[in-house]
Write a protein that binds this ligand. Structure first.
Ligand code: TPP
Ligand code: MG
Length: 351
């Protein structure tokens, strides 16, 4: 872990070391099954989303998280109910891991009133205040200042909350990343920045767009403790998140985890994926976070075929119930379309 001020500016360090990686091995069977179920739920939910998209039941944008499940599941498990979460447009997994109702998430994708945002936001705008899940944000880097504001509000209102802010490595090119690091550090706000480094921002590789691709080092420039974590190993993510959340909660100021991961699918449903090698994709898929955890449990004789089958069947039933709920949902009536539209000059609001 990079302590305050330990990195001379301009000096690149060896960031291949996660000091807490081995601690993940200490999780018991119950913990591991909970984490596994969380990842399988996201995987299955999104595989269904892709099918439903092909059938035009889901329309508009759709960015799936398949391959990156260990990140959201591992971090979210280290949070409490009073904590807050901000995510990106690739956020179905974060919403599910945060406990947002799967039916309401699916209904949002279908554009139904029963959705988390009344069907007005769709895939990129899942939102649930009751879970302190503050989106869903289509703007790259847009969630960072929101997280800083939420953390400031929590501090000012005396709430013991940590705000976990998920963003892609593409966001480090935005001014909002730097402004948010600076302000959060300056005011020692309780934010856990979770950078999901999947190496690509749409078709642009990090190494082709950043003169300094070491994200933890960038955070260190703002005196934000940061370290890299194997984002394909849910146990490592969980251990790192636990340490970071504890440090943030106990007044240690913002921390950043650089979670090294990979998306197995295209950026969105409209991406021919010409920018990356199939061999590279295959290599990362061999590190599938779900298969890896199943392997750990099997090696310890803590999961047999029947138990794994039952877990998958339970998740399948949950996802199908979410799809049925969304399908039975309603379109917003036309007369309600101007509800929540605020514009003093508009005749719409006067009606
Ligand atoms: C401010 C802004 N600029 C550009 C875009 C278009 N855009 C959408 S996703 C994306 C790539 C972001 O990549 P990254 O932050 O690494 O997240 P990932 O998709 O890899 O999860 C871009 C450039 C946008 N949505 N917002
Ligand atoms: Mg990315």
């Amino acid at each position: 872990m990079t302590g305050k001020g330990t990195i001379p500016l301009g000096q690149t360090r060896d960031h291949e070391h996660d000091p807490y990686a081995d601690e993940g091995a200490g999780l018991d069977r119950e913990d591991l099954l909970r984490l596994l179920t969380g990842m399988v739920r996201i995987r299955r939910f999104e595989e269904r989303c892709v099918e439903l998209y092909a059938g035009e039941l889901i329309r508009g944008f759709l960015h799936v998280y398949i391959g990156e499940e260990a990140v959201a599941v591992g971090v979210m498990d280290a949070l409490t109910e009073t904590d807050a979460v901000v995510a990106t447009y690739r956020e179905h997994g974060h919403a599910l891991a945060r406990g947002v109702d799967a039916g309401a998430v699916m209904a949002e994708m279908f554009g139904k009133v029963e959705g988390t945002s009344r069907g007005r936001g769709g895939s990129m705008h899942i939102f649930d205040v009751s879970r302190r899940f503050y989106g869903g944000n289509a703007i790259v880097g847009g969630g960072l200042p929101l997280a800083v504001g939420l953390a400031l509000a929590d501090r000012m209102t005396g709430r013991d909350g940590v705000t976990a802010c998920f963003f892609g490595e593409g966001a480090v090119a935005e001014g909002e990343f730097h402004e948010s690091m600076n302000l959060a550090a300056l005011w020692r706000l309780p934010v856990l920045f979770c950078c999901e480094n999947n190496l690509y921002a749409m078709g642009t590789a990090l190494s082709r767009s950043e003169s300094q691709p070491d994200i933890a080092l960038k955070a260190s420039a703002y005196e934000v403790p940061a370290w890299p974590v194997d984002g394909m190993d849910v146990r490592a993510v969980h251990a790192a998140a636990r340490h970071a959340v504890d440090a943030v909660r106990s007044g240690g100021g913002p921390h950043l985890l650089e979670l090294r991961t990979y998306r197995f699918r295209a950026h969105s449903m409209y991406d021919p994926e010409r920018y990356r090698d199939t061999a590279e994709v295959r290599t990362w898929m061999e590190r599938d976070p779900i298969d890896a955890l199943v392997g750990v449990l099997r090696a310890a004789h803590e999961l047999d075929d029947a138990e794994l089958g039952a877990l998958q069947a339970e998740v399948d039933a949950e996802v199908e119930a979410a799809v049925a709920y969304a399908q039975a949902g309603h379109d917003e009536p036309v007369e309600e379309l101007t509800r929540f539209v605020h514009d003093d000059t508009s005749t719409a609001t006067r009606r």
